[in-house]
Structure formats: C-alpha cells, structure tokens
Design a protein. Structure first.
Length: 689
C-alpha cells in the first residue's frame, strides 16, 4: 500500500507488518524517515517536520539521513551515485515529479541532461529499490551507480550478520559487532562469488525467533559491493549495487540509459527466523519462476563418473536412478566436444560422437522411457584454449592486449559483451535444446574474471556489466524459446547465488561440498535468505570422495539432503542392493514431505554447532522435523526439540513413532528424538488430528 501526504512530499509504503517512509524537503533533499513497524501517514508527517540536528561546521546535516546520497555538496558519506562529465564530477539534482501506482513509487530528479528516477516497490514486507538513469544530455561516465542506500534507526550496538565462504565452504553465517567506519563485502570477480552472498542483516539483540532484524539482498550476478557504514552519530547506512569499486561502471552516451539491479530490504520483528520466512515467502511469490511447482528428485552424474562418460554407462546409472525413484536424470560434464578432461572442449557445444554415437537423443529417450526427465550440463560463458571455438576466434575472450591470458581450470572467459559471442551462444544452445528432448540445463561457471580487457572497445570497462546483462538476456531468450526447460545456476558449487540469477533459474547448486555434515552449516547459512525450494542437495558416496573422506550412514546423508531439493549424486553402480533399497525408501519419504520442505515455512530449531541440530517445515496442518546429531559427548542426554508453528490446542500424530503429541507439549516441552552416538539423523512427520 502506498500513501502520499497532501503536499506531495512525503510518501509512505506499507506491507502487512512494516512501513517505509521518505520525505522531500523544500531544497529537494530526499530524506529517509522511517523503516520499521507499520505507521500511519500522520506519523510519517510528524517525523517529516522534526528539525534536523544542529550541526557544527565539520559535520553534514545530510549524512546518514538521505535516501540516495549523491556525490558533491555538503556530504561526506559514501555516495551512491558518482557521475563524471567532461567538465565536472558530482550531482546537484532538482526534483521533477513523482508517479505512483499501487505499490510502485517513482521519484524523478534531474541534473542537467541526466534524469534520475528512484524506484520503490513494496512486495509483502520487502521493499524493492532500484534506480534508472537516462542520459538526455551529452556523454557522461557513471563512476558508481548503486541501487539504494538503506538507513537504519538510531540504536546502540548494531550487530552485522553476513554469509561468507570459499569454494566448497559457501554461505556460512557469521556475526560481529559493528564499529565505527565501514565494513565492505562484495565480489570483484565478475560473478557473485563463493566468498560472500550479497546479503547482510543487522540487529541489536534479536534471537532466532524474537527481535528486530533488518536485511538487505542484492539481485546482481556480477561484481558487486555492499558497504555497511556506522556513522559517527549512531546511524547506520547500507549502500549497495553492481560493480566493486568506483573507477567507472559505464559510459552513457547521449540517449543511453542504465537501470541498476534491485536491492531488496526487509524489516522483521520476528527474529532471524521470522526474517528468513519473510525472505522465503517473498522469493517464492515474486522472484523464483514457477515457484509453486515441486522440484523433482534428480540424479547428477558428476561425482559418479566425472569426465569418463559413455552412453551405455549413463544408461546403467539411469536404470538404477529410476529404480530408487529419481525423477530427473542429469548428465554432467563430459558429453561434448573433446571434453575428456578439463583441458579441452569448452566452447564446442556439439555432442562427442565417440561417446554418444547417435547424439543425445537416444539416451534422452531412454531416460524418458524410464519415467524420468532428462538434463544436461553446460558452461557457456567459457572456452578452453584447446577447442575449435578458440582456434577460430581467439579474440572472443576477455584479454588485455600484449598480456598473458590467465587460465584457471585451463579455461578463459568469453567476452559476452560482444554481440557475435552472444549470437554464437544463442545458436549453439538453441540448437542443443532443439536436438533432443532436454528438460533441464545445469548452467555452470567455473572461474572468475581476471584479464577483463576488450581490445578495440573505447570503454572496455563496460564488459563487467554487459557480461551479466548478456547472460540474463541469453537465459531469458532460451527460457522463452524452450518454456518447458528448467535451469540450474551453478558456479563451481555456490558461486552464483543471488536474487538476480534466481529470477531466471529454477534452482541453484548450493556447494560442491556434498559432505552431509559440512552441508548442515552451509544450508543453515543459505536458509537465512533463500528458501529450500531452490537449494539443491545431493546424497553422494561414503566415504566422501570429493572433499574429506568422511564416512556417514545413508540415513544421515539422506536426512541432510532432504532439507532442500533432494538429489542423488553417488555412484549407484557401486551401491549394494540393500543400499539401493534403503535409498528408495528415503526418496519415497522425501516425496511425501516435499510439499512441506519446498513450500512450507522454515523454523530453524537448533543451529548446527556440534551437537543436536534440527529444522522444521510447517504447512497447513502438517509439519516435518529433520534432526541431526553430530556427536554425543560424555553420554549426555540429547535435548528435546521445542517445536514451532504448531497449534497448542491441537493434537499431532507422528507416523514415525506412532505417538500422538499435544501441540502445547511439543511447543513447550519438545519432541524427544531418540538420536544417539555420532552422525545420527531422523525425520519426524506430524499430522494434526
Ligand atoms: C563444477 C560443478 O559445481 C560440479 O557439480 C560439476 O558440474 C563440475 N563443475 C563439472 O565440471
């Protein structure tokens, strides 16, 4: 809901639980008024007439109060917008007009030929913000154009939560006290990165289920930056957008425009759990395509076969996968070009006829005949120097003239900003998806930008932004042409997870770390912002082959993966008949609880910190608890799990134990899990009776 004061200078957006208000002064300064619990328009108007503090000459009255601080004038805080023309730098805008419909507010400003429009849209309790810049004057350079600056209320002792990591260790939650100055997270790698998810949360004293939490998440899959500033007067501002530094994002010629990605913000007073549930509901309703559809149980061949693949061997895996109830069979790397190792083949998206003599169609048909969908792996933005594509077009990669072309995993990054590269990829992928009945594409990205040059281009800097725009455009075009194909975002595991890619893909590969214990921490972090509906999780072999050799039971591996979109990634040809039979039972159980996991409300009952941890999903009259015990020490009793989201006056039946529980007892005294020893796990379904 959007309300506007009679003078047309105070705007109030409200969701079911929260409000956001801004005010334009007589001098056209756009000030932040409120972000927090719901307030009335009269409250916003009262805030608008509160005088600004009286400042001494060395302080700015605007710092920490503006909605979108531009560079120049009486400001010392980090600018969200930095513009350079041939004559000068900075912005001095005048307000022009506002437009409003339902939940979308546009505030239009102008500085000479540059039209600057700030967008606000309330969706549930998430405020989406972004900016459009239309250059109607002579050419100018956008040194920096952030999506938004968020202002938090005056409080003491802010705490910053973030998701940090690296390859095979993504999305791990950490919190620290904010001190004066700035904390910067981001990626200067050309993709979202494994190192940080573009999300932060700030609180002062929130717990999992209580207290105020402010969160911000950016929808951009290239380099990015979020700066959290603790200003001298106890105010905190969070500024974020595309690009890592301020050295130049784009040059806007006369008539050109730039639209920033969306930076979404959420206030919740339901603690970290309440905030996560609000983020999840928002993404399921507004971000994730077809979120109401269940994601199928998939099998992925990577850990089973790596590069050594053949049609017959994939057929054998497919038979076993179908027998345990898998619904989607995905052939990973190794099916194309000369791709027998990571040294060759990327760029040549035609089937390797030594391995698939009649193309992919016979295998796809076979997989379909087994009752499964068929999926395929690609890594379109990359090329191996040892490929037909690179031999034909060595200038299609990002490179600096006269410098070494840095290789990671023996590959270079294609310059997707080039139209000929965009067209080549469209033709190759469109032909691939037309050549066989393919239902699913796992889209990988296995190295960062290093030599992001573009010889011959007057403003090569633009390739950073244009690469992401081209990626989005290619995905959009492929989705439009092949509406029944689902896409997975992968980047060596979780190197490309953000709201931007999630609006164009159906699920994401969470991490190359498939160790079921490590995964609990990764999933715990991931769930802070993103829902289980997109969080792919495979059951792989024991001992773990990829990372640590850890031995774990099939039970523990399945219950760990069942907290997201279940997949199987082990070498099923080496699983015993007993293991396959047990796997079939777990897959069947997952299909029963899938509506709760993929579409329900998540409650994190206990975090994975060594002992007992658990999550609970609730939907309507049903709930499911997934519990894991890492290690039991000194024979200490394992605590009962106090459940959430149940009706205290109702009774619940648990088919796993045959017990009937009262909702009040489960909420207050908890559920006894019976877990013991090391790496134990269990699932408990609860149905209201
Ligand atoms: C990295 C991915 O994360 C893996 O799952 C697998 O697809 C390999 N790439 C294949 O090269």
């Amino acid at each position: 809901m959007l309300e506007i004061a009679d003078n047309g200078r105070t705007w109030l957006l409200s969701g079911p639980a929260s409000s956001y208000a801004v005010h334009l002064t007589e001098d056209d300064e756009l000030l932040h008024l409120h972000w927090g619990p719901r307030i009335a328009l009269a409250d916003a108007e009262a805030l608008a007439v509160r005088p600004l503090p009286d400042y001494r000459p060395f302080e700015s009255p605007l710092d920490g109060r503006e909605e979108y601080p531009v560079e120049g004038g009486p400001r010392f805080a980090r600018p969200a917008l930095s513009v350079r023309t041939g004559e000068r730098r900075g912005t001095e805008w005048r307000f022009e007009t506002y437009e409003a419909d339902d939940d979308h507010l546009r505030l239009a400003f102008r500085d000479g030929g540059l039209a600057i429009t700030l967008h606000y849209r309330m969706r549930h309790d998430v405020v989406e913000r972004w900016v459009t810049l239309d250059n109607e004057g002579s050419a100018l350079e956008l040194l920096r154009a952030d999506s938004a600056t968020w202002t938090l209320p005056e409080r003491e002792e802010w705490r910053l939560s973030q998701l940090h990591g690296r390859w095979a260790a993504e999305s791990r939650l950490t919190a620290s006290q904010l001190t004066y100055g700035e904390k910067i997270i981001g990626s200067r790698r050309g993709h979202t990165g494994h190192q940080h998810l573009p999300w932060v949360a700030l609180d002062t004293d929130a717990t999992e289920e209580r207290g105020e939490v402010y969160g911000c998440a950016l929808g951009w899959s290239g380099s990015w930056r979020i700066a959290v500033a603790q200003l001298p007067d106890a105010r905190v501002q969070i500024t974020g957008g595309a690009g890592y530094d301020d050295s130049g994002l784009l040059r806007l010629e006369s008539g050109e425009s730039y639209t920033t990605p969306v930076f979404a913000g959420l206030w919740s007073d339901g603690g970290f759990g309440g905030a996560s549930r609000a983020w999840h509901a928002y993404q399921r309703a507004y971000v994730i395509p077809d979120a109401e559809q269940d994601r199928p149980v998939l099998f992925n061949s990577w850990e089973a076969t790596e590069f050594d693949i053949s049609e017959e061997q994939q057929g054998t895996l497919a038979r076993r996968a179908a027998a345990i109830g898998v619904e989607l069979f995905v052939v990973d790397d190794g099916w194309f070009g000369k791709r027998t190792s990571d040294r060759a083949g990327l760029g040549d998206w035609t089937v390797n006829r030594d391995r698939f003599p009649n193309g992919l169609k016979p295998l796809a048909d076979y997989v379909h005949a087994l009752g499964m969908q068929f999926g395929i792996w690609v890594e379109p933005e990359m090329v191996n120097p040892d490929s037909e594509l690179y031999r034909a077009h060595p200038d299609w990669v990002q490179f600096q003239p006269g410098r070494k072309r840095t290789e990671f995993r023996n590959q270079l990054v294609l310059n997707l900003a080039r139209e000929d590269v965009q067209e080549y990829l469209w033709e190759q992928l469109h032909a691939l998806l037309s050549s066989a009945p393919i239902d699913y594409v796992k889209w990988d990205f296995n190295r960062c930008f290093t030599d992001a040059g573009w010889p011959g281009e007057p403003y090569p800097q633009r390739l950073w932004v244009d690469h992401v725009r081209a990626l989005y455009a290619l995905l959009d075009r492929l989705r439009a042409a092949h509406p029944n194909v689902a896409f997975e975002s992968c980047s060596g595991g979780g190197g490309r997870i953000d709201l931007g890619i999630m609006s164009r893909t159906d699920q994401v590969w969470t991490s190359d770390n498939t160790d079921p214990l490590d995964r609990l921490a990764i999933q715990h972090g991931f769930s802070q912002v993103h829902p289980a509906r997109v969080m792919a999780a495979w059951v792989t072999d024991s001992p773990n082959t990829q990372l640590n050799g850890r031995v774990s039971s099939l039970r523990f591996r399945f219950v760990s993966s069942m907290a997201g979109v279940l997949g199987v990634g082990g070498d099923l040809t080496r699983w015993t008949e007993e293991e396959l039979a047990e796997a079939g039972q777990w897959v069947a159980l997952y299909k029963e609880i899938r509506p709760l996991v993929q579409h329900g409300d998540l409650y994190r009952l206990r975090p994975p910190r060594g002992g007992l941890s658990a999550v609970q999903y609730v939907r309507g009259d049903e709930a499911v608890v997934l519990a894991w015990l890492q290690a039991q020490s000194h024979g200490e009793p394992v605590p009962a799990l106090r459940l959430r989201g149940l009706d205290p006056t109702a009774s619940y039946e648990c088919p796993e134990t045959g017990e009937i529980h009262s909702g009040a007892v489960l909420l207050h005294h908890g559920l006894r899990t019976g877990l013991r020893g090391d790496l134990d796990a269990a699932v408990f379904r609860l149905r209201r009776i």
